[in-house]
Design a protein around this ligand. Structure first.
Ligand SMILES: Cc1ncc(COP(=O)(O)O)c(C=O)c1O
Length: 384
């Protein structure tokens, strides 16, 4: 196959938005209630029902969702939380901000998610919790993580930021762990611009998180406003945060929920076409979802093998030259300067390999067959 001579401009990602989102925002603006009101409550109910959880607690983004969830564990200085290094830095920062020590471990070579064997080896008397990360739209081996957690009496806060809609054996994320956090950043499968949520089945945890996200107030603004026959005055029983989502953000998220299944289906079709196209290209590896795991392909990454004629930087440069936007797949947090200085240089070979060799290539639901073919031809052309 010869490479196309005309240059296309292909973005890494593109949001699917329409009149529905615009109308939803306008309705909120006209309503006069902008912050954490009825739209936030409706968005929470919708996501909780979709994922099969009793409660969803909306926040400003997934980073604050993780902080809110970790706050529930009562972590003390010296307590450790096990987390994969191959994740976005926010997972690890949330642990630091909760006052605990992140214990970074390696991931599996096939799934790029936390390796239960590394988790087991890292458990010690200071370990209090495990934070599995569901990377790029694929669930971590949560059953193995939960088995370890229950054997060692540890809590689990799941970072499912990129993976709304992903499932294991038909059970969607959000219905599996004690607390699961999602992101609605525009690079995720659906967006609310900024936004996050913690899902849980636990009534007490949900109630506590609802208080803490709004300064620790015992009653929400919405509930006080709804009390028509009495005046309710809230109390503040502990120091909280302002992690409230606005109704403007929630309105966008709600409109996006109508699109979610269609967006996931399209992402999976595009990913399957990439898988077929790269199946016999020795220069790249792709992720291997275990049987029964539904991958939603928030990102599609290729990992350069030893057979690649180009290193990552040069491969990305060549693709950029052809008008194709790429990003590194993900970094390895333990190698970032702050973490090396604070915790010393650990060796996590799989994470380091993925961090050095992974490339996220364009994938978005509105991608046309011609655009995808253009990307495939160029990836094959430069790496053959
Ligand atoms: C694994 C992971 N955790 C947490 C976050 C933080 O999400 P947010 O940008 O909504 O704070 C991200 C965002 O990219 C992520 O990929």
């Amino acid at each position: 196959m010869t490479m196309s001579t005309t240059t296309m401009q292909i973005p890494l990602t593109a949001i699917t938005l329409g009149d529905e989102e615009e109308r939803a925002i306008a309705e909120v603006l006209r309503s006069g209630w902008l912050v954490q009101g009825a739209r936030v409550a409706a968005f929470e109910e919708r996501v909780a029902a979709y994922c099969g959880a009793r409660h969803a607690v909306a926040t400003t983004n997934c980073t604050t969702a993780l902080q809110l969830a970790l706050e529930q564990l009562g972590l003390q200085r010296g307590d450790e939380v096990i987390v994969p290094s191959f994740t976005f830095v926010a997972s690890v920062n949330a642990i630091l901000h909760a006052g605990a020590t992140p214990r970074m471990v390696d991931v599996e070579a096939g799934t790029w998610n936390i390796d239960p064997k590394s988790v087991e080896a890292a458990i010690n008397r200071n370990t209090k919790a495990i934070m599995p990360v569901d990377q790029f739209g694929l669930a971590a081996d949560l059953h193995a993580v939960h088995e370890l957690a229950s054997r060692h009496h540890l809590r689990v806060v799941e970072d499912a930021a990129p993976s709304l809609g992903a499932a294991i054996g038909g059970a969607r994320l959000g219905s599996i762990s004690e607390m699961t956090c999602f992101s609605f950043h525009p690079r995720k499968t659906i967006t609310s611009a900024e936004g996050g949520m913690v899902l849980t089945d636990d009534d007490k945890l949900a109630a506590h998180m609802r208080e803490l996200r709004s300064h620790g107030a015992s009653v929400s603004d919405l509930a006080r406003h709804a009390a028509t026959d009495d005046v309710i005055i809230e109390t503040y029983d502990e120091p909280g945060f302002n992690f409230r989502m606005s109704d403007v953000h929630a309105a966008i998220g709600l409109a996006q929920m109508d699109r979610l299944d269609g967006l996931i289906e399209r992402r999976r079709e595009l990913a399957a076409a990439y898988d077929r196209a790269f199946a016999h290209l020795d220069a790249v590896e792709v992720v291997q979802p275990p049987p029964g795991f539904l991958h939603t392909y928030q990102s599609y990454c290729i990992v350069l093998t030893d057979d690649s004629p180009l290193n990552r930087q040069d491969a990305m440069r060549r693709l950029k030259g052809a008008g194709i936007t790429t990003r590194r797949g993900c970094g390895a947090v333990h190698l970032e300067p702050f973490f090396v200085k604070r915790f010393g240089l650990a060796r996590l070979p799989v994470s380091e390999r993925l961090a050095a060799r992974s490339i996220a290539i364009p994938l978005y639901p509105s991608m046309t067959p011609a655009e995808q073919q253009y990307v495939i031809e160029h990836v094959r052309g430069i790496l053959r």
